[in-house]
Design a protein around this ligand. Structure first.
Ligand code: NAD
Ligand code: DAU
Length: 350
């Protein structure tokens, strides 16, 4: 039995990773360490919470002594680190949370791994989940490669870039066995409705305005979350130590085109007239420092490990819409309370 630590497992991507690992690897005991911030939700894992090879621990990765004690108790064989503050808009209004969790929290995990594994690193690995945003913003041409120089431009991406550098520094300086992956925008079930797709599904359902930043001309490369989880599984087991891998959907969409596609699907699903949901589109002040375009070149992971996205965008997108529409309770629960305050600050007072 191997003990695997998954941080941030109650969040969007983390919950898909935990589910995959708990079901696929009965020989692993998966410990999900999560602070349960506004973005963490144990309802995301209700289907696997009673599996014998799964344990949830509520805790904060910024608390160094707590993290060290956890490692002493569980003697982890591997770490998959997803816990983070992840929303760019929140990093603009409150950068410090991002510095603490994304940088200090990552260093606490690196220190605890090093202290636990220093006598023998055989078979151990620290896998850090990062983002394509560390590479900055692209013009109309080109894609991010693993060798693209870092150029983070928001407090979120700067904090993720710092954590990537620290993970690499622990590999070079202390020979800690690490792997990093940088992924493009994920979509799918259980994403918190502050991010574009679930936010707009929620607003369309409730006939609320759809706040499109700037001209809606920014471009993102969308990947179905389960394809990301499969890439994480592959890299955790077969990725080369010390290496970085890009993961992406090869699926670029201009925001406004994606939003129109969403509106069309929502019109059908809600039996509204064609064009009705699109009338909710409202152009609002742009995000400060809004990166124009992200696009990932995922040739390396494809050539080395045979990974490629398996879910076609139209299928994944429709399945995502259907999931949110048939999980109204989940959506209502996460959009009550604190969410209202956030919404007011982010959009109404904008
Ligand atoms: P999320 O915001 O949905 O979930 C983050 C989780 O981390 C939550 O469960 C939260 O409670 C937990 N957390 C936050 N601070 C913590 C702390 N101090 N201690 C312990 N737990 C804490 O994020 P996500 O979208 O699932 O992203 C997961 C990871 O993947 C992040 O590292 C993010 O940078 C990266 N990533 C996300 C995307 C994307 O499109 N969502 C793309 C590429 C990379
Ligand atoms: O690229 C990977 C990154 O993707 C991850 O590292 C981040 O954790 C994740 O949040 C995501 O960042 P984005 O900023 O690209 O995602 P978001 O869903 O916030 O926005 C997607 C695009 O839609 C972006 O160009 C901004 C725009 N947008 C977003 C919101 C929330 C709007 O026009 N209106 C909105 O209300």
């Amino acid at each position: 039995m191997k003990n695997i630590l998954i941080t941030g497992g109650a969040g969007f991507i983390g919950s898909h990773v935990v589910r995959l690992f708990v079901k696929k690897y009965p020989e692993y005991h998966c410990v999900n360490l999560d602070k349960l911030t506004y973005a963490g939700n144990l309802a995301n894992l209700s289907d696997i919470e009673n599996y014998p090879n799964y344990t949830f621990i509520k805790g904060d990765i910024t608390d160094g002594p707590f993290v060290q004690n956890l490692f002493s108790e569980w003697d982890f064989d591997g770490v998959i680190h997803l816990a983070a503050e992840s929303h760019v808009d929140r990093s603009i209004s409150n950068p410090m949370e991002f510095i603490m969790t994304n940088i200090v929290g990552t260093v606490n995990l690196l220190n605890a791994s090093l202290a636990t594994w220093k006598s023998n690193c055989d078979g151990k690995r620290f896998y850090h989940i990062s983002t394509d945003e560390v590479y900055g913003s692209l013009g109309e041409e080109g894609k991010f490669l693993e060798t693209t120089p870092y150029d983070p431009r928001s407090p979120y991406s700067a904090s993720k870039a710092s954590s990537d550098h620290l993970v690499r520094a622990y590999s070079h300086t202390f020979s800690l066995p690490v792997i990093i992956s940088n992924c493009s925008n994920n979509y799918g079930p259980y994403q918190f409705p502050e991010k574009l797709i679930p936010l707009f599904i929620h607003n369309i359902r409730n006939r609320k305005p759809l706040p499109v930043y700037g001209k809606g001309a920014n471009i993102r490369d969308w990947l179905y979350v389960e394809d990301h989880a499969k890439a994480i599984d592959l890299l955790f087991h077969n990725g080369k130590l010390g290496e970085t891998y890009n993961i992406g959907g090869n699926n670029e969409w201009k925001n406004i085109d994606l939003i129109h596609k969403l509106c069309d699907i929502m019109d059908q699903r809600l039996n509204r007239q064609k064009g009705e949901s699109a009338q909710l589109i409202t152009y609002v002040k742009d995000r400060a420092g809004h990166d124009l375009r992200y696009a990932i070149d995922a040739t390396k992971i494809h050539n080395e490990l045979g990974w490629e996205p398996t879910v076609k965008f139209t299928e994944g997108f429709e399945a995502t819409v259907d999931w949110y529409l048939s999980n109204e309770e989940w959506l209502n629960a996460v959009t009550s309370g604190e969410y209202q305050k956030y919404y007011e600050q982010q959009y109404v007072k904008r």
